[in-house]
Design a binder for this molecule. Structure first.
Ligand code: HEM
Ligand code: SF4
Length: 553
């Protein structure tokens, strides 16, 4: 894993000291809330419905066991004993006291973490595949590039006041487990004629105007990454709209300019800035890459794994859904679900975080990841250790065998925490998970992504859910719109609105009718919900939602 240099360390410490002084000035009244606001946002501190919220960056979702333990300590000492992992591979603490946030930032700095650029109109935490460096299908490890981008973008003098926030995601695998085309810039590592480079997408995003990013470059040599990004962000910084907050994201810039004209602007900037990059970035990349060398994988035989799988149905069910192929045949990638039926998606208690850190030390070379699905991943576990790991996860209520299934729901904080919410999202996710557990057909339904947002900002990614649920306020009453056919993978698509919304109590029955329609119409049990939807289009699903079936269900 990447280790902070002396420079990084000094930078983060200086920032924390500066913020401590700013908080003191706010408390003494020397700063008004309006004056303080931009300062706190530069350090990831939001003011929410009930309290301040601190968003901490987990760069490209990678954590050491020591860092996870520190997050547990922070949750316990300064919050209510839990933290919330988000789709952008950050962790949010919902209940810190303003007076104590400088202490939290110091505690983070002790383990090389911080909250810089987790807010504001800057380049945010660079996200990537939670299976990076481990996945069998990976073309190249995206993490060194993500770290290079982090170093380049942190406190970048020109890019601290962009027209709007700016999100970059990288995938190293054709599967795209980072939803790259729903980001301002999406990067996909590919190999062409033996050379590693990037496919570059620009202008994707969700929110009130969801867009799938068009391709900007079909191949960018890896060595051109930083100058090309610099060109993209510079072009956006120049052309992006500052007159209207809702039209300020790069997706609108690209849409209004047109992709060809925008490409020309980027290429023009690129020609200008390319010579300014003298190769220092490439030296830095080479140095960074050494920190991402894989651990020395133990060559244990997987016999015990196979035997347990044959005799233990609980283990077998978990292995089927929560393991992913590792590049080393005798290892596996483990997804630890934070979606126990009825739990708040993405929440982890301090005890759970501590246990996961211990398990990572014992079975996973001390490394953890946070996935954009709001789960925790142990990227390298020897297959021989999986039965023991599973038993320990079971004891802690962390062995829910539902990764990728219908109760593996993404949900934003919604009305439970968020000042912008127009409806609840967490209880909707909880009710769906519990209902389908009770019905017992989660496995029969198979792969399905349900995503819930509490307002049009779409933090719950509902547009790219196979079934998306958007909570709105209709004259003081919660109303939920359903979208169908969205997808976050290589075939990223924005879901279509199915029709009129549903009342709070009608949502679960509506989802149930959709799933019954899918089961009735699928060509075979191997055909997933999204495949059936793509083959048949929305008609049979709309019929299930709004036709006579509605009264029959
Ligand atoms: C509770 C505090 C939060 C606030 C105030 C907030 C606010 C917002 C706003 C205003 C947008 C729309 C931006 C735009 O498109 O112009 C947005 C988008 C987004 N937020 Fe949040 N959010 C919060 C929590 C979260 C959480 C907990 C997550 C993850 C679970 C999240 C992830 C996202 C994502 C992925 C987008 C996607 C839209 C995009 O960038 O294209 N946010 N948020
Ligand atoms: S989608 Fe809306 S309600 Fe949900 S977290 Fe984002 S801003 Fe808040």
């Amino acid at each position: 894993m990447y280790k902070y240099s002396d420079f990084d360390e000094a930078f983060v410490r200086a920032r924390t000291a500066q913020f401590r002084a700013q908080v003191e000035r706010r408390l003494s009244g020397a700063l008004t809330e309006d004056e303080f606001r931009p300062l706190r946002l530069m350090n990831g501190v939001y003011l929410q419905l009930h309290a301040y919220m601190l968003r901490v960056a987990i760069p490209y979702g990678t954590l050491s066991s020591a860092q996870m333990r520190q997050l547990a300590l922070i949750a316990e000492r300064w919050d209510k004993g839990y933290g919330h992992f988000t789709t952008r591979q950050n962790i949010q603490f919902n209940w810190p006291k303003l007076t104590e946030i400088p202490d939290i930032l110091d505690a983070l700095a002790d383990v090389q973490m911080h909250a810089i650029q987790t807010s504001g109109n800057t380049i945010r935490n660079v996200t990537t595949d939670a299976f990076a460096g481990a996945a069998a299908d990976e073309v190249a490890d995206p993490r060194p590039y993500a770290e290079l981008i982090r170093q380049w973008s942190t406190d970048h003098a020109e890019f601290q006041f962009l027209p709007r926030k700016f999100k970059i995601a990288i995938t190293g695998s054709p599967e795209d487990r980072a939803a790259i085309r729903a980001h301002d810039v999406g990067l996909q590592l590919i190999e062409r004629d033996g050379e590693i480079g990037f496919r570059v997408f620009v202008g994707g995003g969700l929110g009130r105007t969801p867009m799938v990013a068009p391709e900007l470059r079909d191949f960018l040599p890896a060595a051109d990454l930083l100058p090309y990004l610099e060109a993209i962000v510079s072009a956006y910084n120049l052309i992006g709209r500052r007159d209207n907050k809702y039209k300020a994201r790069i997706k609108i810039t690209v849409f209004e300019t047109g992709i060809e004209a925008f490409r020309a602007a980027v290429e023009g900037e690129f020609a200008r800035v390319r010579p300014l990059f003298s190769g220092v970035d490439q030296a830095a990349l080479a140095e960074i890459a050494t920190h991402f060398a894989p651990p020395a994988f133990a060559p244990t035989a997987p016999d015990h794994f196979e035997q347990t799988r044959a005799v233990d149905p609980l283990f077998r069910a978990w292995a089927e859904t929560n393991l992913t192929a590792h590049r080393e045949a005798n290892h596996a990638i483990v997804t630890v679900s934070l979606k126990e039926h009825g739990a708040t998606p993405g929440d982890a208690s301090a005890q759970q975080m501590r246990l996961l850190a211990d398990l990572a030390d014992r079975y996973g070379y001390g490394e953890l990841r946070i996935s954009h699905m709001q789960n925790v991943v142990l990227p390298h576990v020897a297959k021989a250790d999986l039965p023991a790991l599973h038993a320990e996860l079971m004891r802690a209520g962390l062995a829910t065998a539902n990764a990728g299934l219908l109760s593996d729901i993404i949900a934003c904080p919604g009305m439970d925490y968020c000042a912008l919410a127009t409806a609840r999202s967490i209880p909707i996710a909880q009710k769906i998970a519990l209902q389908f557990k009770a019905l017992g057909y989660e496995r029969e339904v198979g792969k399905l992504n349900i995503k819930v947002s509490g307002c049009i900002n779409a933090c719950g990614h509902h547009h790219i859910g196979h079934i998306g649920i958007l909570g709105l306020d209709r004259a003081g009453v919660e109303n939920y719109q359903i979208t169908l056919g969205g997808d976050a993978g290589p075939e990223t698509a924005i879901g279509e609105r199915a029709g009129p919304g549903f009342a709070y109590d009608e949502v679960v029955p509506a989802v149930e009718r959709l799933l019954r329609a899918y089961l009735a119409h699928r060509a075979s049990p191997a055909e997933t919900f999204i495949e059936t939807y793509r083959r048949l289009g929305p008609a049979p699903f709309k019929e299930a939602l709004y036709g006579e079936a509605r009264n029959a269900a």
